[in-house]
Design a protein around this ligand. Structure first.
Ligand SMILES: [Fe+2]
Length: 95
């Protein structure tokens, strides 16, 4: 996985920041996995392969939710801003 931000070079960073950044990278990893599995899902007609891959895709989406729960615990500002963005989206699309 590519690294977006190398926090290990700075010894002044708190462990909470390291855990938060790792969580964000893990969310990216789960989203990349979803993209890969869905690409593979739609490139096969084999019903057993499709069922297996779809089950894995669903599990990866669950992992995204779990990691967002962890991120929101570690960084409540992220939760507030994400929820604000979600409300803006739903308000803008109710029309
Ligand atoms: Fe996963």
């Amino acid at each position: 996985m590519r690294r977006f931000f190398n926090i290990y070079d700075n010894s002044n960073r708190s462990n909470n920041l390291i855990t938060t950044q790792n969580c964000r990278e893990d969310i990216i990893g789960e989203l990349e996995a979803i993209i890969q599995y869905e690409n593979h899902l739609f490139s096969t007609d084999d019903p057993v392969a499709r069922a297996t891959i779809q089950d894995i895709v669903d599990e990866e989406k669950l992992h995204v939710g779990q990691l967002f729960g962890l991120l929101f615990k570690l960084d409540p500002i992220s939760q507030r801003q994400f929820e604000k963005g979600y409300r803006e989206f739903t308000t803008d699309n109710e029309k």
